[in-house]
Design a protein around this ligand. Structure first.
Ligand SMILES: [Zn+2]
Length: 155
Protein backbone atom coordinates (compact mmCIF):
# COMPACT_ATOMS: atom_id res chain seq x y z
CA UNK A 1 0.00 0.00 0.00
CA UNK A 2 2.66 2.43 1.15
CA UNK A 3 4.98 1.13 -1.56
CA UNK A 4 2.32 1.76 -4.19
CA UNK A 5 1.84 5.34 -3.00
CA UNK A 6 5.55 5.98 -3.22
CA UNK A 7 5.78 4.54 -6.70
CA UNK A 8 2.90 6.69 -7.84
CA UNK A 9 4.46 9.78 -6.34
CA UNK A 10 7.72 8.87 -7.99
CA UNK A 11 6.24 8.49 -11.42
CA UNK A 12 4.47 11.80 -11.08
CA UNK A 13 7.62 13.39 -9.73
CA UNK A 14 9.59 12.37 -12.77
CA UNK A 15 7.22 14.46 -14.87
CA UNK A 16 6.69 17.31 -12.50
CA UNK A 17 9.32 18.89 -10.21
CA UNK A 18 6.78 20.27 -7.73
CA UNK A 19 5.84 16.79 -6.45
CA UNK A 20 9.38 15.81 -5.42
CA UNK A 21 9.01 16.76 -1.72
CA UNK A 22 6.25 14.12 -1.45
CA UNK A 23 8.67 11.40 -2.55
CA UNK A 24 11.25 12.29 0.08
CA UNK A 25 8.54 12.39 2.75
CA UNK A 26 7.50 8.82 1.85
CA UNK A 27 11.12 7.65 1.68
CA UNK A 28 11.82 9.06 5.11
CA UNK A 29 8.74 7.45 6.63
CA UNK A 30 9.72 4.11 5.10
CA UNK A 31 13.24 4.44 6.47
CA UNK A 32 11.94 5.24 9.95
CA UNK A 33 9.59 2.28 9.87
CA UNK A 34 12.43 0.01 8.79
CA UNK A 35 14.74 1.35 11.53
CA UNK A 36 12.05 0.81 14.17
CA UNK A 37 11.69 -2.76 13.01
CA UNK A 38 15.45 -3.41 13.12
CA UNK A 39 15.65 -2.00 16.65
CA UNK A 40 12.82 -4.24 17.84
CA UNK A 41 14.16 -7.29 16.03
CA UNK A 42 17.66 -7.00 17.47
CA UNK A 43 16.37 -6.26 20.98
CA UNK A 44 14.14 -9.35 20.86
CA UNK A 45 16.96 -11.53 19.51
CA UNK A 46 19.33 -10.37 22.22
CA UNK A 47 16.65 -10.94 24.87
CA UNK A 48 15.69 -14.39 23.59
CA UNK A 49 19.30 -15.63 23.46
CA UNK A 50 21.09 -13.59 26.14
CA UNK A 51 24.23 -15.69 26.52
CA UNK A 52 24.52 -16.83 22.91
CA UNK A 53 27.14 -15.91 20.35
CA UNK A 54 25.37 -14.55 17.28
CA UNK A 55 27.08 -15.40 14.00
CA UNK A 56 26.72 -13.24 10.89
CA UNK A 57 28.30 -13.42 7.49
CA UNK A 58 30.89 -10.70 7.05
CA UNK A 59 29.24 -8.54 4.42
CA UNK A 60 32.38 -6.60 3.62
CA UNK A 61 33.85 -9.86 2.45
CA UNK A 62 30.62 -10.92 0.77
CA UNK A 63 30.87 -7.92 -1.53
CA UNK A 64 34.11 -9.27 -2.89
CA UNK A 65 32.47 -12.31 -4.39
CA UNK A 66 30.11 -12.03 -7.29
CA UNK A 67 27.46 -14.55 -6.19
CA UNK A 68 25.57 -12.04 -4.08
CA UNK A 69 22.11 -12.98 -5.36
CA UNK A 70 21.39 -14.40 -1.92
CA UNK A 71 20.26 -10.96 -0.79
CA UNK A 72 16.74 -10.51 -1.98
CA UNK A 73 15.24 -7.18 -2.85
CA UNK A 74 13.26 -6.79 0.35
CA UNK A 75 16.15 -7.27 2.72
CA UNK A 76 18.87 -5.05 1.37
CA UNK A 77 22.54 -5.29 2.21
CA UNK A 78 22.11 -2.02 4.09
CA UNK A 79 19.51 -3.60 6.38
CA UNK A 80 21.84 -6.48 7.17
CA UNK A 81 24.59 -4.04 8.04
CA UNK A 82 22.11 -2.25 10.30
CA UNK A 83 21.16 -5.50 12.03
CA UNK A 84 24.80 -6.41 12.67
CA UNK A 85 25.61 -2.89 13.87
CA UNK A 86 22.69 -2.91 16.34
CA UNK A 87 23.33 -6.48 17.49
CA UNK A 88 26.89 -5.58 18.44
CA UNK A 89 25.52 -3.19 21.04
CA UNK A 90 23.08 -5.71 22.43
CA UNK A 91 24.79 -9.11 22.23
CA UNK A 92 27.93 -11.03 21.38
CA UNK A 93 28.49 -11.03 17.64
CA UNK A 94 31.02 -12.91 15.56
CA UNK A 95 31.49 -12.31 11.85
CA UNK A 96 32.36 -15.24 9.63
CA UNK A 97 33.74 -15.52 6.12
CA UNK A 98 30.68 -15.97 3.86
CA UNK A 99 32.51 -18.01 1.24
CA UNK A 100 30.95 -21.41 0.47
CA UNK A 101 28.28 -21.14 3.18
CA UNK A 102 25.64 -21.78 0.54
CA UNK A 103 27.58 -24.28 -1.56
CA UNK A 104 29.17 -26.69 0.92
CA UNK A 105 27.58 -29.65 2.70
CA UNK A 106 27.95 -29.22 6.49
CA UNK A 107 27.95 -32.99 6.94
CA UNK A 108 30.63 -34.13 4.47
CA UNK A 109 32.06 -30.98 2.86
CA UNK A 110 30.71 -32.01 -0.57
CA UNK A 111 29.43 -29.61 -3.20
CA UNK A 112 25.74 -28.65 -3.15
CA UNK A 113 23.64 -28.68 -6.28
CA UNK A 114 20.32 -26.99 -6.95
CA UNK A 115 17.27 -29.18 -7.36
CA UNK A 116 14.40 -28.27 -9.63
CA UNK A 117 12.41 -27.11 -6.62
CA UNK A 118 14.81 -24.16 -6.34
CA UNK A 119 14.83 -23.61 -2.59
CA UNK A 120 16.20 -27.07 -1.86
CA UNK A 121 19.83 -28.02 -2.36
CA UNK A 122 21.31 -31.50 -2.51
CA UNK A 123 24.80 -32.67 -1.64
CA UNK A 124 26.49 -34.33 -4.62
CA UNK A 125 28.57 -36.51 -2.31
CA UNK A 126 26.29 -37.74 0.52
CA UNK A 127 22.84 -36.90 -0.85
CA UNK A 128 21.72 -34.68 2.04
CA UNK A 129 18.79 -32.50 0.97
CA UNK A 130 17.96 -29.30 2.83
CA UNK A 131 16.48 -25.88 2.33
CA UNK A 132 19.24 -23.55 1.12
CA UNK A 133 18.63 -21.06 3.94
CA UNK A 134 19.03 -23.86 6.46
CA UNK A 135 22.28 -24.97 4.81
CA UNK A 136 23.49 -21.39 5.07
CA UNK A 137 22.53 -21.07 8.73
CA UNK A 138 24.20 -24.38 9.69
CA UNK A 139 27.38 -23.47 7.82
CA UNK A 140 27.55 -20.02 9.44
CA UNK A 141 27.12 -21.70 12.82
CA UNK A 142 29.90 -24.24 12.12
CA UNK A 143 32.23 -21.48 10.92
CA UNK A 144 31.42 -19.38 13.97
CA UNK A 145 32.41 -22.29 16.22
CA UNK A 146 35.43 -23.15 14.08
CA UNK A 147 34.11 -26.64 13.32
CA UNK A 148 34.86 -28.35 10.00
CA UNK A 149 32.04 -30.14 8.15
CA UNK A 150 31.51 -33.61 9.62
CA UNK A 151 28.55 -35.87 10.52
CA UNK A 152 29.18 -35.47 14.24
CA UNK A 153 29.24 -31.66 14.23
CA UNK A 154 26.24 -31.64 11.89
CA UNK A 155 24.14 -33.73 14.25
ZN1 LIG B 1 27.28 -34.10 2.00
Amino acid sequence: MHEVKRKKAQSIASKKDSVKPIVSKYDERERNRSNDFLHKLTTELAKAFPSAMHGFEDLNKAGMYSKSKRYNRNISKQNWKGIIWLMRYKANVRLVDPRYTSSTCPMCGGKLIKLRKGRVLKCKKCGLELNRQLYGAINVYLKMCGFPPSPSTFY
